[in-house]
Design a protein around this ligand. Structure first.
Ligand code: 13P
Length: 246
């Protein structure tokens, strides 16, 4: 049985004060029934390391460089993230694919850097509204995953989590229906199954896009939904903890 993973992506919404408050609420909460991780902005990772030292809550970064080290002003390497204690990194979030024109090849390179540091890569995929309306949702997600499926080894895949985040559901208040989400998750699992049955069985596939405590339980009841990547609702400790408790 895959254990639920509830991940909170804070995006560029935090300060030292709010990060500190949110982290201490998580430390004091009883969330032992699922795996929980938070993804604060880079400047607050050291604070997360400090606050979560004695906690089962893991933390990670929202992005990293595709390069190992060197003259890359403004970039942060996977090794640096590992150095501050991060154990997970998001990669390929649609906000980065759209705003920074990140390609599937770049997403693969970043994932390889993350895996080389023995961290977990949480790879985000998902179609836009136009792609869904054109009947291209599954084709889009298949293409986003194809390089990863062909290039990463089965050992590397043990530290990959997939987050299906339909772009039209992110920050819009419009969650994919449990049926829509389940259908895409089943499609993703079938793609994993084409590589190996074990890969399909072991890989956690999270749903993201306007997840709230009110919608979480129904999503988690779907057979192929193994958790959530939560944006806005992860900034409200009570709401995030209610999602964890679902
Ligand atoms: P929201 O939960 O705010 O829609 O964000 C989802 C997301 O992009 C998480 O990575």
């Amino acid at each position: 049985m895959r254990r639920l993973l509830i991940a909170g992506n804070w995006k560029m919404n935090a300060s030292m004060t709010t990060s500190s408050a949110l982290l201490s609420e998580l430390v004091n909460a009883d969330i032992s029934t699922c795996d929980v991780a938070v993804f604060p902005p880079f400047p607050y990772l050291a604070l997360a390391a400090e606050s979560l030292r004695a906690s089962s809550v893991r933390f990670g970064a929202q992005d990293c460089s595709d390069e190992l080290s060197g003259a890359y002003t403004g970039e942060v390497s996977a090794a640096m993230l590992r150095d501050v204690g991060a154990s997970m990194v998001l990669v390929g979030h649609s906000e980065r694919r759209q705003r920074h024109h990140e390609t599937d090849a770049l997403v693969l390179k970043k994932a390889q850097q993350i895996l080389a540091e023995d961290m977990t890569a949480v790879v985000c995929v998902g179609e836009t509204l136009a792609q869904r309306q054109a009947g291209l949702a599954e084709k889009t997600v298949t293409e986003q995953l194809s390089l990863l499926l062909s290039q990463l080894s089965l050992v590397q895949w043990q530290r990959v989590v997939i987050a299906y985040e339909p772009v039209w559901a992110i920050g819009t208040g419009e969650t994919a229906s449990p049926e829509q989400a389940q259908s895409m998750h089943a499609h993703i699992r079938q793609l994993l199954g084409q590589v190996s049955v074990a890969l399909a069985e072991q890989t956690r596939i999270l749903y993201g896009g306007s997840v709230k405590s009110a919608s979480a339980a129904e999503l988690f009841a779907q057979p192929d939904i193994d958790g959530a990547l939560v944006g806005g609702a992860s900034l409200d400790a009570a709401e995030f903890l209610a999602i964890c408790q679902s």
